[in-house]
Every structure is written in structure tokens, then in C-alpha cells.
Design a protein around this ligand. Structure first.
Ligand SMILES: Cc1cc2nc3c(=O)[nH]c(=O)nc-3n(C[C@H](O)[C@H](O)[C@H](O)COP(=O)(O)O)c2cc1C
Length: 174
């Protein structure tokens, strides 16, 4: 991968994985990228729970989303949480800022994984089952589920996506 820009443009959501395992080292690199995201007041409100090469647990978690057919074939899932203990009411818009920080962390994860040759998909649909995900992973109620990210080696190379032309999204240029 020669530049951040090509990494951004080449990345696609991957929903079909081959059986190759994901290494612990790759997961640590992906989480390190997340950890270096910017965050409001550098409060780093993100927390992670990793399920790797654990078919039984991946099957249980995948049953909590309508996308279970492909999620259950993923070798690694990373749940991303917001630590609600870090929601300091003295800081205006803290929840919004923390949510934005976690979005930045997740995007870093997707790009770092792509650079490592791994595919990912950001799964938001599972948020409706936040309590059950937390219970399966054995994490504290102080952690709010923000996303589950699937990570694995893509079995397809021809993935396509599209975007509106940027000119449609620029509302002002003064
Ligand atoms: C907040 C958020 C939630 C998402 N939730 C899901 C999801 O539940 N299931 C899914 O298959 N893809 C999900 N996606 C992936 C989007 O569908 C995908 O990014 C979009 O269609 C653009 O495709 P691309 O990532 O290949 O460019 C989600 C993405 C974001 C940012």
C-alpha cells in the first residue's frame, strides 16, 4: 500500500472470508491504530474486546445479528465500546465527542487492517442486542457497545462500492 489515500480509496467492506486465521500480532497492530486515533481532550474513551479463532463464541455473537450467515464465518470479531465512566458532564458535548472519537478509532482499524491485507466490516446492526453481546463477552455494563468489527482474509477481490460525487456534498465553499 503506497499511501494513506490509496488505502482509503481501495478499502471495501468485506463480508466473505476464507478460512485463514488472523494472527494475534495483526490484531495488536489494528488495535494500536485505533488507540492512536484523535479523541476529545485525549480522553481515549474506546475499549475493545477481541474474539479470535474461537468458532463457538463467534457463532454465538453472530446469532445476534441478521447478518449471521457471513458473520459466523469470520475468524475474528472486535467489539468496540465507549467507556461511559469517562463521560464527564463538565465537558460540553462529551457524548458527541466520545462518539466521534470512537468513529475515528474504528476507521483507523479498518485502514490498518486493509494495509495488512485483511478485510473488515463495520457491523452496526448488532447494536440492538448490546446487552446480549456484553453478556457473552463478559464485559462491564459501564461499556456501551458502539460496533462490532469483523476481521479476516477476503475470499473475493472484485468488491465494489460507490459514492456520490463530492460536489454534491460540499454545501459551501467561500
Ligand atoms: C455506522 C456503520 C454501521 C454499519 N453497519 C453495517 C452492518 O450492520 N452490516 C453491514 O453489512 N455493513 C455495515 N456497515 C458497512 C456499510 O454498509 C458500508 O461501509 C457501506 O455500504 C459502504 O461500502 P464500503 O465500506 O465497501 O465502501 C456499516 C457502516 C457504518 C459506518
Amino acid at each position: 500500500m503506497d499511501s494513506v489515500m490509496s488505502c482509503i480509496l481501495d478499502r471495501r467492506s468485506v463480508r466473505t472470508y476464507n478460512s485463514k486465521e488472523v494472527s494475534k500480532d495483526a490484531v495488536i497492530q489494528i488495535l494500536t491504530a485505533a488507540n492512536w486515533a484523535p479523541s476529545g481532550n485525549n480522553m481515549q474513551p474506546w475499549r475493545f474486546s477481541v474474539v479470535i479463532n474461537n468458532k463457538e463464541m463467534i457463532k454465538k455473537i453472530s446469532s445476534l445479528t441478521v447478518y449471521h450467515n457471513w458473520v459466523e464465518n469470520t475468524p475474528c470479531l472486535i467489539a468496540v465500546f465507549l467507556d461511559t465512566k469517562s463521560l464527564d458532564d463538565k465537558i460540553p458535548n462529551i457524548y458527541l465527542k466520545h462518539s466521534q472519537s470512537i468513529g475515528a478509532a474504528i476507521q483507523n482499524m479498518l485502514l490498518a487492517a486493509h494495509e495488512l491485507g485483511l478485510g473488515t466490516c463495520w457491523i452496526g446492526e448488532i447494536l440492538k442486542n448490546e446487552d446480549k453481546v456484553r453478556e457473552l463477552l463478559g464485559v462491564s455494563e459501564d461499556l456501551q457497545l458502539m460496533a462490532v468489527i469483523s476481521v479476516g482474509y477476503s475470499s473475493r477481490k472484485d468488491l465494489k462500492s460507490k459514492r456520490n460525487d463530492i460536489s454534491e456534498n460540499i454545501v459551501s465553499w467561500l
